[in-house]
Design a protein around this ligand. Structure first.
Ligand code: PLP
Length: 411
């Protein structure tokens, strides 16, 4: 990637990779700074230095409670990230129900869940990997069939990080409840984007991550429904009421609280504005570029995400050329055995090889401007055209996809 400082100052930077991480809001930073300087006490200490910080943490807990619509602030446990929150949720459930040796999850989870469940599978647990259809919609029949009293935990992402598609989490949680199964959702890509109301839902556990909604990196939270069985992952000190040992990241927690408050203040307006920009970008690209399509479930997704597969081009090449224009987006490809392979999400949806390779995710935030959208609309059609001229799957003479004498397949 280019060194940002070398970019032409006149070129506005278009950051459209907010599902990867977001800019810390200036108001969040302002709130945090005193907790990196004058308020340095350990919140567990009983003197004033500690007490001040302890109070700030409890305030942040209430702000996060409001964001996720929990009944009690004590249902919020601060963690170092969502990966830790999800690991805590899943490991807690299997420890709390030692006789239940099954787990249910989906094939399109974030690696935070996916790899943990794969590891548990290697250790002898039965994992029901629920598949999705071509639009990324969950096979609900398979989910219902997997539910039984043998299952310790069902863990599903609320919104997919690559496509933004939503699973029907509330209904799924209710079904799990009927079987006495703990239900965890990875709500990382939903928090701050859509209203969440965990109270009076069947959700027992929910993970969020600060850096996805304008708080800093290195702080997350786990919602734990009051009364749900729980075993801590990190044992040691009695922080977080004995549910997560380790001295609190007080400035990060204060930042997370402020970011939650800011998101709550304008979630409806921000989401509507972001969705309009996302749709303008998407409709504009589909109109200007032949042979591309939206992946995932366009009718059920978070308002900020658009994942478009540009057929017959390499996504990484698009990203590099966008970067030269100061535009940041991302692709789902991962380097596997020396070659770029489309992500597990694209594969799970059976997106054809020549399209999955060219899938690009644009993810917006409240700091996205109309100018950034214009910038992408202005440069991307030319980039795709140029790359297609170099593609073995493109016939330059007819400016059409080449007749394929072979069918490329996944490695
Ligand atoms: N779950 C989803 C859906 C994500 O998008 C991410 C981050 O990309 C995570 C979990 C992991 O979050 P964290 O970086 O806080 O561990």
């Amino acid at each position: 990637m280019s060194n940002l400082t070398t970019l032409n100052k006149a070129t506005p930077l278009a950051y459209l990779d907010n599902n990867a991480t977001t800019q810390v809001d200036a108001k969040v930073l302002e709130q945090m700074l005193p907790y990196l300087s004058e308020f340095y006490g350990n919140p567990s200490s009983i003197h004033q230095f500690g007490e001040q910080v302890g109070k700030a943490i409890e305030h942040a807990r209430q702000q996060v409670q409001a964001l996720i619509g929990a009944s009690f602030s004590s249902e919020v446990i601060f963690t170092s990230c969502a990966t830790e929150a999800s690991a805590t949720a899943i490991m807690s459930a299997i420890e709390a129900f030692p006789n239940r040796k099954e787990i249910i999850t989906s094939v399109i989870e974030h690696p935070a869940t996916l790899e943990l469940c794969q590891n548990l599978e290697r250790k002898g647990y039965t994992v029901h990997w629920i598949k999705v259809d071509a639009r990324g919609r969950l096979d609900m029949e398979a989910y219902k069939q997997a539910l039984s009293s043998e299952v310790a935990v069902a863990s599903f992402m609320w919104a997919n990080n690559e496509t933004g598609s939503l699973f029907p989490i509330r209904g799924m949680a209710e079904l799990a409840k009927q079987h006495g199964i703990l239900f965890h959702t990875d709500a990382v890509q939903v928090a701050g984007k859509l209203p969440i109301q965990v109270a009076d839902s069947g959700i027992d556990l929910l993970s969020i991550s600060g850096h996805k909604f304008h708080a800093p990196k290195g702080v997350g939270a786990l919602y734990l429904r009051r009364g749900a069985k729980f075993r801590p992952l990190l044992r040691g000190g009695h922080q977080e009421r004995g549910r997560r040992a380790g001295t609190e990241n007080s400035s990060g927690i204060v930042g997370l609280g402020k970011a939650a408050e800011l998101a709550m203040q304008s979630i409806e307006q921000d989401s509507a504005r972001i969705k309009m920009m996302r749709n303008r970008l998407e409709i504009g690209l589909l109109a200007r570029i032949p042979h591309c399509f939206v992946t995932g479930d366009p009718r059920h997704r978070v308002p900020n995400t658009s994942n478009i597969a540009f057929e017959f081009v390499e996504g990484e090449s698009i990203l590099l050329m966008l970067d030269q224009h100061g535009i940041a987006a991302s692709s789902g490809s991962a380097c596997t055995s020396g070659s770029l392979e489309p992500s597990h999400v694209m594969r799970a949806m059976d997106i054809p090889y020549t399209a999955a390779h060219g899938a690009i995710r644009f993810s917006l935030s409240r700091f996205t401007s109309e100018e950034m959208i214009d910038q992408v609309l202005a440069v991307l059609p030319g980039i795709v055209e140029k790359l297609r001229m170099l593609s073995p799957y493109w016939d330059t003479a007819s400016n059409q996809p080449a007749e394929q004498s072979f069918s490329p397949v996944y490695a």
